[in-house]
Ligand binder design. Structure first.
Ligand code: CMC
Length: 391
C-alpha cells in the first residue's frame, strides 16, 4: 500500500514486454526482430522492414508482393482531408499540420473499426504506413503553395514520397535513384527504436483502447521536441549557427556545449540508451558521404563542420567521460538538405519512418492484451488544508 518505485524520466523502468527491437546501449547494437540494423540497411528496404517489424519475419516473395500492393492501394487520403489543410495558415510548421491531419484520419476510420480483430489492426497499420508519406508531402506542398500531388502506386515507397514532394503539374519529374535510395535508407534507420518517448506515448494512448490513428497523432506530438525527433532540424540550425569552419570557431562551440551555464548543447549528440556509437549514426555517416559525393556536393561546408565537430567532441574528456557519441540525427539532416528537403520537414520525415515502429508496437500491445498504462507519482504538494475565509 503506497509503495512504488520513483523513476523520473523512466531510466530504469521496463513498461512492457516486447519482441520487436533490441538495443544494447553499451555496445552500440540495434536489432530488429533479431536482425542487425546494418544488415537491414544494406539488404532490405523500408517496405520489407515494415512487414518485418509488424509481422516478425522477413516476408517471402509472395508475402512481400501482397504487402507492397496493399500499402500501394491505400496511399490516397480522403479528399475531405484537403479541408483540414486549408484550415491552417500556410506558414504553419509542417509538424503542427501533420499532428492535426494524422489525428483527423481517426474521423475517417472509426465507426467500423474493431481493434480486437487482427484483420482490422492489420488494415489500420497498412493504412497508416501508406498514408503518412502522402500527408507529409501534402504538408510540404501546402507550405510552399503548390498543388498537392497524388500518389503513384507504380513507384516504390521512397520514390513515391519524393515524387509527391517534388513533382508539379507543369513539368516531367524524373526520380533520381541516388536520392530515392538515400531516402529509403533514412526511412529504415528511423523505423523503430523500442520504447522511446514517442513510441511510449503511442503505447500509453493505445493502452486505453483509443483509435490507432489518434494514438499515432499523440506519437507525432511527442516526436516533435528537439530532445527527440526535432534534433535533426536542430542539428542544421546548429551547423548554420556555427557558420565558419575555422578550428577556433568549432572549438568555441564545443566549449559552449560543455558549459553548464550555457543552454547550448551539441545537437545530434548523446542518447539515453546508447553509451557508445549509435549504430544508425555509422550507417548514416556512410550514406551521407556517398550521397553528397554522388550529387557532387562532397565539399559541402556544413558537412565539413559536422565532421570536424564530431572529431573534436570525440577526443574531448567531457564527451568521453559522459559517453556522448553522435546519434542517428547528426548526419541525417545533411543528407535531407542535399536532397532538397527544407529543414522544417525533417521531423515530418522522421514521423513517416517511425509510423511503422509506432503501429507495430501498438499492434503487439493490443495483440498481447494490456492493462491501461497509469504511472504513479511522488506527491510533493500541500497536505490537506482549509479553504481560506476571505471577506
Ligand atoms: N551536449 C552537451 N552535453 C550533453 C549532451 C549534449 N548533446 N547530451 C548530454 N549531455 C550531458 C548532460 O549535460 C549531462 O551532463 P552532467 O552529467 O554533467 O549533468 C550528461 O551529459 C548526461 O545527459 P542527460 O541529459 O542526463 O541524458 P539524457 O539521457 O537525459 O538525455 C538526450 C539524452 C538525447 C536528450 C541528450 O543527450 C540530448 O539532449 N542530446 C541532444 C539532442 C539530441 O540529439 N536528441 C536526439 C536523440 S536520438 C534521436 C531520437 O531517437 O530521438
Amino acid at each position: 500500500h503506497g509503495y512504488f518505485t520513483y523513476d523520473p524520466g523512466f531510466v530504469s523502468t521496463a513498461s512492457c514486454e516486447s519482441e520487436i527491437t533490441y538495443i544494447d546501449g553499451a555496445n552500440g547494437v540495434l536489432l530488429h526482430r533479431g536482425f542487425p540494423i546494418e544488415q537491414l540497411a544494406t539488404h532490405s528496404n523500408h517496405t520489407e522492414m515494415s512487414y518485418l517489424l509488424l509481422n516478425g519475419e522477413i516476408p517471402d516473395k509472395e508475402a512481400y508482393e501482397t504487402f507492397r500492393n496493399s500499402v500501394s492501394r491505400h496511399t490516397m487520403v480522403h479528399e475531405q482531408i484537403v479541408n483540414f489543410f486549408k484550415g491552417f495558415r500556410r506558414d504553419a510548421h509542417p509538424m503542427a499540420v501533420l499532428c492535426g491531419v494524422a489525428g483527423a484520419l481517426s474521423a475517417f476510420y472509426h465507426d467500423n473499426l474493431d481493434i480486437t480483430q487482427e484483420h482490422d489492426r492489420q488494415v489500420s497499420a497498412i493504412r497508416l504506413i501508406a498514408k503518412m508519406p502522402t500527408l507529409a508531402a501534402m504538408c510540404y506542398k501546402y507550405n510552399i503553395g503548390q498543388p498537392f500531388a497524388y500518389p503513384r502506386n507504380d513507384l516504390d515507397y521512397a520514390e513515391n514520397f519524393l515524387y509527391m514532394m517534388f513533382s508539379n503539374p507543369c513539368e516531367e519529374y524524373e526520380i533520381n535513384p541516388v536520392a530515392a535510395k538515400a531516402m529509403d535508407r533514412i526511412f529504415m534507420l528511423h523505423a523503430d527504436h523500442e520504447q522511446n518517448a514517442s513510441t511510449s506515448t503511442v503505447r500509453l494512448a493505445g493502452s486505453t483502447g483509443a483509435n490507432p490513428f489518434a494514438c499515432i497523432s499523440a506519437g507525432i506530438a511527442a516526436l516533435w521536441g528537439p530532445a527527440h525527433g526535432g534534433a535533426n532540424e536542430a542539428v542544421l540550425n546548429m551547423l548554420a549557427e556555427i557558420g565558419d569552419e575555422s578550428e577556433e570557431n568549432i572549438q568555441h562551440f564545443v566549449d559552449r556545449a560543455k558549459d553548464k551555464q550555457d543552454a547550448f548543447r551539441l545537437m545530434g549528440f548523446g542518447h539515453r540508451v546508447y553509451r557508445n556509437f549509435d549504430p544508425r549514426a555509422r550507417v548514416m555517416k556512410e550514406t551521407c558521404d556517398e550521397v553528397l559525393e554522388e550529387l557532387g556536393m562532397g565539399d559541402d561546408p556544413q558537412l565539413k563542420i559536422a565532421k570536424r565537430l564530431e572529431q573534436i567532441a570525440l577526443e574531448d574528456d567531457y564527451f568521453i567521460e559522459r559517453k556522448l557519441y553522435p546519434n542517428v540525427d547528426f548526419y541525417s539532416g545533411i543528407i535531407l538538405r542535399a536532397l532538397g528537403i527544407p529543414k522544417n520537414m525533417f521531423t515530418v520525415i522522421f514521423a513517416v519512418a517511425r509510423t511503422t515502429g509506432w503501429i507495430s508496437h501498438w499492434n503487439e500491445m493490443i495483440t498481447n492484451g494490456t492493462r491501461i498504462g497509469r504511472p504513479r507519482q511522488l506527491y510533493k504538494g500541500y497536505t490537506q488544508r482549509d479553504y481560506p475565509d476571505q471577506q
